[in-house]
Design a protein around this ligand. Structure first.
Ligand code: UDX
Length: 437
């Protein structure tokens, strides 16, 4: 199938490379010339395991091309819209300008029979609005909504082997045509018995935000339990293990700690609240406000705990922060809890050095005032307190004896509950964590 992918960020670049891997002829489009230059020579503009290999393979095969010129999409039969829907400045609602611009730009290049497939996370009702527009301005074309559930760090695997496919399509022949085209595109995952749900636009749009709301709720639930553990001396990690054995609950996404961040969960639950408000259904998702608040409180708690461990004052204290990315195996610092805590500590007068294996450049761009280094050895040199805030494997494997020889004070705060307190305390460290005695 000849397909185009509009928007080559985390979602689009991975989608384009994976579609070429599935044997399709793909043209990726983005307005950012530097990004297109990198992708065209098989270089990933961000850190994503497995992506550079796929890009190189696709580009070498001739089946994967990139351009800044939207006119180059002519000839493709299916057009995936993969642009971002960030949170609007100073508001909860999603900024739809990139989606609208992508559709606007596509219009002159569409032919009868083409299918436009929305993958961006959008407020419910967007697909119906775009479908109306296509009906008048590009008659004979069809819109489908096919939400994406990929996790950063596992994006290639999640795209090639998704746990479900959701198609939001219109009724009748047009819907049938869109379904058939998507079935051809996803022939490989479908042959591996990936469940496929064919539904209407609104359901497809809601599936995505409902899934992210549920995941955010799971994390904030266990973090709320962590708050109670802190008051009672209980251990949230054991609590999670114990309730997680009930397979109606499940242990996944019950890791208590500094909470969720990234380009999706925080802004998606906020956009969901904003959209529900517009629909007069704000009560239905009012609980998300609390989910967001619990999540934000974890960052404040981490700063307070640091102050406590610093004997009441962090002013001038050398603090090493391990981790800047919002989660391991990513260089993404959007709404990163780790970077947020580092910035708050620095603002409050601490002498902070942040380290991350991949996110240093992005961290410097967002917080130029912070001292950031790729070398954890450099970051911990002379530190009076060490904070583990993003659970990269290299930090999980740190040896308490070796680290002890490098720091000025053996005090560690485990913001992700990934270290063994017994081992660290035995090596002479003061060990503190969120939700653990
Ligand atoms: C998420 C969804 O998982 C994905 O399906 C959707 O398409 C986009 O949003 P992603 O943002 O890549 O993906 O990260 P994810 O692995 O879900 O983690 C989100 C955040 O939650 C991270 O900050 C992570 O550290 C945090 N988290 C996750 C916890 O604090 N505890 C957990 O148990 C799990």
């Amino acid at each position: 199938m000849r397909i185009s992918v509009i928007g080559c960020g985390y979602l689009g670049a991975v989608h384009a490379a994976c579609m070429a891997k599935l044997g399709h002829d793909v043209i990726g489009v983005d307005v950012d010339a530097a990004k297109i230059d990198a992708l065209s020579v098989g270089r990933a503009p961000f850190y994503e395991p497995g992506l550079p290999e796929l890009l190189k393979e696709g580009v070498a095969s001739g089946r994967l091309r990139f351009t800044t010129d939207l006119a180059d999409v002519a000839g493709a039969e299916v057009h995936f819209v993969c642009v971002g829907t960030p949170q609007r400045q100073g508001e909860y609602a999603a900024d739809m300008r990139y989606v609208d611009a992508a559709v606007e730009g596509l219009l002159p290049h569409l032919s009868v029979g083409d299918v436009v497939v929305g993958k961006s996370t959008v407020p419910v009702g967007t697909a119906a609005r775009i479908a109306d527009r296509l009906a008048t301005e590009a008659p004979g074309t069809t819109l489908a909504w096919n939400p994406e559930f990929l996790r950063e760090g596992f994006a290639v695997k999640d795209t090639l082997h998704p746990d479900r496919l959701v198609y939001g399509v219109p009724q009748g022949d047009q819907g049938e045509h869109a379904r058939t085209q998507l079935d051809v595109i996803y022939a490989d995952p479908l042959a591996q018995h990936t469940p496929r749900i064919v539904t209407d636009y609104a359901t497809a749009e809601l599936v995505k935000v409902a899934a992210n709301s549920f995941l955010a709720t799971k994390i904030s639930f266990i973090n709320a339990m962590a708050e109670l553990c802190e008051e009672t001396g209980a251990d949230v990690t054991q609590l999670a293990d114990a309730i997680g054995h009930d397979d109606r609950i499940g242990r996944k996404f019950l890791n208590a700690g500094l909470g969720f961040g990234g380009g999706c969960l925080p802004k998606d639950i906020r956009a969901f609240m904003a959209r529900a408000g517009e629909l007069g259904a704000d009560q239905a998702v009012a609980f998300l406000k609390e989910i967001d608040a619990i999540n934000e409180r974890r960052r404040v708690r981490m700063v307070d705990l640091t102050r406590q461990v610093a004997d009441g004052s962090i002013t001038g204290k050398r603090i090493a922060v391990l981790g800047a990315a919002f989660k391991p195996n990513s260089d993404d610092v959007r709404d990163s809890p780790a970077l947020d805590v580092a910035a708050q500590l620095a603002r409050q007068g601490a002498d902070v050095v942040v380290t991350d294996p991949e996110a240093v450049e992005n961290a410097r761009r967002v917080h130029p005032e912070l001292n950031v280094t790729t070398s954890w050895e450099e970051a911990v040199e002379g530190a009076e307190i060490v904070l583990l805030l993003t659970e990269w494997q290299v930090y999980r494997e740190l040896d308490p004896e070796e680290l002890g020889a490098r720091v000025a004070g053996k005090r560690i705060l485990d913001g992700r509950n990934v270290l063994d307190p017994v081992q660290w305390r035995a090596a002479g460290w003061v060990y503190r964590a969120l939700g653990r005695p």
